[in-house]
Write a protein that binds this ligand. Structure first.
Ligand code: PLP
Length: 424
């Protein structure tokens, strides 16, 4: 049997095979529609009885390359790309749950995800029940007959929490619901959640996959492993679909039923489509994912150690450090034993941390992560400034907390910049 290609090779080559021109990169197909061969061909396309292109809201050849590459990187059977990470989440939940259903989710989530879950979905009658991922029993207590998924992140930011994927997968499988993992902060280079039982993997491709802070994009990867028919909880996938002449997704699309449903239903009807140009740039970014991740993590480890030894630093929290509370799972599940995000506190609290942000010159002060450039943020004076002291404390964001998304510059230049801003 042919050995499967390694992740580095998949990242470099993607799934692109040369076209008739021999071009070494996939073309950017800036076309919103595609010519039908004849009326019968058009009818077959609309009935989903043949595969092909109709309209770019649903499908685009450039974006398809990205989707196939993402599926290969994560070890899934199919993927759907979309405009943003937020839409990837929306499309996933909207395809799994309807009014009256619920999702049980970790309470350690990206801020935008938390807002979408806590405020937006409730308006549609989908309840997101939050639980502490440190205690898996808390998740189980919230699961009932209307629960349609369990939702976690591979590295929660800014807390650095790494779940025991196997335990969450076992819980999801016991209750016959899919485990959904947002793998944005770890990327498939550090962990492939599908290998530990995740059923659906989500990315904000905006971050490490694209990698250069230039574009927005989202991806949902279908592992192909969830048994929708045996679950009995997803009639929209396992019984005739009225909008497609009674087609049954699990019978027609087999293991890729969920990805197919997202594309021809959520994407068709709601339309959070990605531009083919952005798909191309994300594909370009993925070509160096393995090299960047290696350097991101190496630099994060070095910066964490540098900060630990700095006299003006109060504390450092990085899951790649041996004495860190999140190290056990980071070491067990992440290839390189940590991601590229860390937090620390400046001695002197809120004011000193704010001053630090104002004094760095190499590091960027922006609200983003996963860029090749080092980024620093001070949540208490920016993203979390509306919260009271008490709310800050309960969200784990202290007034002195600085979050760093460590870039791939020379580490000595990063530490020199931090040293100057900390006042040596
Ligand atoms: C940024 C981010 C998102 C949202 O993605 P966008 O592309 O900004 O819409 C979702 N999850 C995580 C973990 C993120 O970091």
């Amino acid at each position: 049997m042919k050995k499967k290609l390694s992740i580095e090779t998949i990242a470099v080559h993607g799934t692109y095979k040369k076209d008739e021109t021999g071009a070494t990169n996939p073309a950017i197909y800036l076309s919103n529609a595609y010519q039908f061969k004849d009326s019968a061909h058009a009818a077959n396309l609309f009935d989903l009885s043949v595969a092909g292109y109709i309209y770019s809201r649903l499908n685009n050849p450039t974006t398809n390359h990205l989707e196939e590459t993402a599926a290969a990187l994560e070890g899934g059977v199919a993927a759907v790309a979309c405009a943003t990470g937020q839409f990837a989440e929306f499309m996933t939940i909207a395809s799994l749950a309807k009014c009256g259903d619920n999702i049980v989710a970790s309470n350690l989530l990206y801020g935008g995800t938390h807002t979408l879950f806590a405020n937006q979905f409730t308006r549609f009658g989908i309840e997101i029940r939050f639980a502490d991922p440190h205690n898996i029993d808390d998740f189980e207590k919230l699961i009932d007959d209307n629960t349609k998924a369990i939702y976690i992140e591979s590295i929660a930011n800014p807390q650095g929490f790494v779940p025991n994927f196997k335990k969450f997968a076992a819980l999801a499988s016991k209750h016959k619901v899919p485990l959904v993992v947002d793998n944005t902060c770890a990327t498939p280079y550090l962990v492939k959640p599908v290998n530990y039982g995740a059923d659906i993997v989500i990315h904000s491709a905006t971050k490490f996959l694209a990698g250069h802070g230039a574009v927005l994009g989202g991806l949902v990867i279908d592992s192909g492993k969830f048994d929708w028919a045996a679950s009995g909880k997803f009639p929209e996938l396992t019984t005739p679909d009225k909008s497609y002449h009674g087609l049954i997704f699990t019978e027609h699309f087999g293991s890729a039923a969920f990805a197919a449903k997202m594309r021809v239903s959520a994407m068709r009807d709601i339309g959070g489509t990605i531009s083919p140009f952005n798909s191309f740039l994300i594909q370009q970014g993925i070509g160096t994912l393995h090299l960047r991740m290696e350097r991101h993590v190496e630099n994060a480890k070095k910066l964490a150690k540098f900060l630990q030894n700095h006299k003006n630093v109060a504390w450092v929290d990085y899951n790649g450090l041996k004495d860190n509370k999140n190290h056990k799972n980071a070491d067990k599940f992440l290839t390189l034993g940590g991601g590229s995000l860390l937090t620390f506190g400046v001695k002197g609290g809120f004011e000193k941390s704010k001053q630090f942000i104002e004094k760095v010159s190499l590091a960027l002060h922006v609200s983003n992560l996963g860029d090749i450039k080092t980024i620093v943020t001070h949540p208490a004076s920016t993203t979390h400034r509306q919260l009271s002291e008490q709310e800050l404390a309960s969200s784990g964001v202290t007034a002195d907390l600085i979050r760093v998304s460590v870039g791939i510059e020379n580490i000595d230049d990063i530490t020199a910049d931090f040293d100057k801003a900390l006042g040596n």
